[in-house]
Write a protein that binds this ligand. Structure first.
Ligand SMILES: Cc1cc2nc3c(=O)[nH]c(=O)nc-3n(C[C@H](O)[C@H](O)[C@H](O)COP(=O)(O)OP(=O)(O)OC[C@H]3O[C@@H](n4cnc5c(N)ncnc54)[C@H](O)[C@@H]3O)c2cc1C
Length: 574
């Protein structure tokens, strides 16, 4: 019988004693470090300033992929590692990682030219030589193939026909809901004993200074109105694009340079019509710019952009120019008679900050589009700071591998002499997976049927089965005790009341945004209106102890926040 793990809410007992490891940052990298370290027998606490997965990890293109594009930069090492991880994640969470066919059209004018694209696709295939090891029939990834022009237009009828030669079709995997997959790893970490705290910001380090060297002994954590010191033998700074900001409180050079780039996506009506196009399309315009058009939750999810950030990255927002850039790029690959996209077709946007390793000379950036997506482990002892590591760069796809390497380094250095418990994260299912290395389809069918039998509509039932995996039984139990909880919470999505209850009681959701953006799907599939926010608040408020006044304030604040963001990208600049 699956168990649910409440993520932590009280920090009181952490202030006495000493942990083995403190992790700063609850994105995919930090969560994987916590999971790996706790599973290997270490005592671990993780502090996340906002909500788990609310940083870059929630802003991705939603692929667990090798990154075929990086072959253009000859980044074979990153591609190989990512392809290895694609297999690990697909076997470990088959309900949330789904095979998707990618179509890479070739026009006579394509840059790079068709022959070179073909060579890249073949190399990509060769680098994934072990992709089907231990994979059951349903999860096996086929070799790429060439699609004739006719076949291509049957699959993607909206493409510009002029000069169109055909397409390469290859497979990668989709991270169906990165927020919930991250939560699944967070739960794996807590099952192993890690303590995870969201809305807990690390404000600085505690330690001792001797002869110009600083010995880190822990961190200062601010949660609500309280600040407290928590001690550990070693601290891992996994704050993604903000690792240098975290380090700045040390007041000394640390040898860490971060390049940041803004990445935007738009969610639109499904190009080509509902359910018509099933493949992801790599749409590369004559300008050389490309976007990926993915079929997602009945809509088209399109992006990303890649624009260097020069100034303050803390308030990065989607600008009208970002939306225009994406629409222009995709529209320029469409047939003149196709139903091109306009701003009115955009239902919502996402934005994130990429953490990229700075490779140029000290203080000098080398550009972000062509920057490597590799990760780097910085040992600050080289800069006079003991017991502190930072993790730079990386991808969602490689978070597990990065964490494994990080924890290996801890056992070789600060925790040398400690015995590592046997644990192999490459062969361990994510929390809530029905089974390791098994096609999830049969389980999903049974779960969907059971959920429909207690009153969920078919789309809600399918969503809950897929997004909660074996924890669907918790939703089932809640609906059995209160049939009203089978009702959807708003007109724009299929989330039901029981998911809100579960988010608050078992998934550490403390704000309306935590619930709608990262526990439910509502916040990721379109605009969330006042009605949905009110419905969610009405269910969550008693559980949070909010009175009527607080509830109304929180709904208004959250509604205003969302409206301001949307109005900004919808308002053309003069
Ligand atoms: C537009 C875009 C598309 C992408 N697409 C893909 C893709 O399809 N596939 C893929 O594999 N990768 C993709 N990536 C890359 C991937 O999303 C990132 O590499 C990954 O999510 C980084 O995770 P992280 O944990 O290092 O950083 P984050 O997710 O940003 O986590 C860092 C966390 O640290 C927290 N933090 C910061 N300061 C503090 C503090 N003082 N105290 C406590 N916590 C703090 C932040 O709140 C944040 O939650 C994409 C990135 C972008 C921007």
């Amino acid at each position: 019988m699956p168990v649910s793990i409440p993520l932590d809410s009280s920090m009181i007992d952490l202030t006495s004693g000493e942990l083995d490891v403190i992790v700063i940052g609850g994105g995919i990298t930090g969560i994987c470090v916590a999971r790996e370290a706790a599973s290997r027998g270490l005592s671990v606490a993780l502090f996340e300033a906002n909500d788990f997965g609310s940083g870059t990890s929630a802003a991705t293109t939603k692929y667990i992929h090798g990154g075929i594009r990086y072959l253009e930069q000859y980044d074979v090492e990153v591609v190989r590692e990512s392809l290895r991880e694609r297999r690990v994640l697909a076997l470990g969470a088959p309900h949330l990682v789904e095979q998707t066919r990618f179509i890479m059209p070739a026009w006579r004018w394509s840059k790079p030219p068709t022959a070179l694209i073909g060579a890249g696709v073949l190399l990509y295939d060769a680098l994934s030589f072990d992709r089907n090891r231990r994979a059951p029939e349903g999860l096996r990834i086929p070799h790429p193939r060439w699609l004739s022009r006719r076949r291509l237009l049957e699959a993607v009828p909206w493409l510009d026909r002029e000069g169109l030669q055909g397409a390469f079709a290859y497979h990668d995997t989709m991270n169906i809901h990165p927020e919930r997959l991250l939560l699944a790893y967070a739960k794996s970490a807590t099952v192993a004993g890690a303590r995870l705290f969201n809305h807990a910001r690390v404000a600085g380090f505690v330690g001792t200074e001797t002869d110009g060297r600083f010995q880190v002994e822990g961190v200062r954590v601010v949660r609500g109105a309280t600040e407290q010191a928590v001690r550990a033998r070693v601290v891992v700074n996994a704050a993604g694009p903000w690792i240098d900001r975290v380090l700045s409180s040390l007041g000394r050079p640390t040898g860490v340079g971060v390049d940041r780039s803004k990445g935007v996506h738009v969610l639109t009506r499904p190009i080509g019509g509902p359910g018509r196009v099933k493949d992801a399309v790599f749409a590369r315009a004559r300008s050389g710019r490309h976007v990926i058009v993915s079929p997602w939750m009945g809509k088209s999810f399109i992006g990303p952009t890649d624009t260097p950030i020069d100034g303050d990255e803390s308030s990065v927002v989607v600008d009208p120019s970002d939306v225009d850039l994406i629409l222009d790029t995709v529209n320029s690959t469409m047939a003149p008679d196709a139903d091109r996209l306009s701003v009115d077709d955009v239902e919502m946007t996402t934005v994130g900050v990429r953490p990229l390793i700075r490779t140029g000379a000290e203080g000098e950036s080398t550009g972000t589009y062509s920057a490597s997506r590799r990760h780097e482990l910085y040992h600050h002892v080289d800069h006079g700071v003991a017991n502190l590591w930072s993790i730079g760069g990386g991808k969602w796809t490689t978070g597990r591998a990065t964490a494994e390497q990080m924890v290996d380094r801890l056992f070789e250095n600060e925790l040398a002499g400690r015995r590592s418990r046997r644990f192999d994260s490459r062969r361990t299912a994510a929390f809530g997976a029905f089974a390791w290395a098994e096609d999830a389809d049969d389980y999903l069918r049974v779960a969907t049927d059971e959920l429909m039998a207690v009153g969920l509509n078919p789309r809600s039932a399918e969503n809950v089965a897929r997004l909660y995996g074996s924890e669907y039984v918790r939703i089932l139990e809640l609906v059995r005790t209160d049939a009203d909880l089978a009702r959807i919470v708003g007109p724009s999505a299929d989330d039901v009341g029981a998911q809100v209850v579960f988010a608050v009681t078992h998934e550490s959701a403390f704000t309306l945004s935590d619930v709608v953006d990262r526990r439910l799907v509502s916040g990721t599939t379109g605009q969330v209106g006042r009605e949905t926010l009110e419905n969610v608040a009405r269910i969550a408020a008693p559980l949070w102890g909010w009175d009527e006044g607080r509830m109304a304030d929180e709904v208004r604040r959250e509604h205003d926040r969302r409206t301001v963001t949307t109005t900004h990208w919808r308002t053309p600049t003069a």
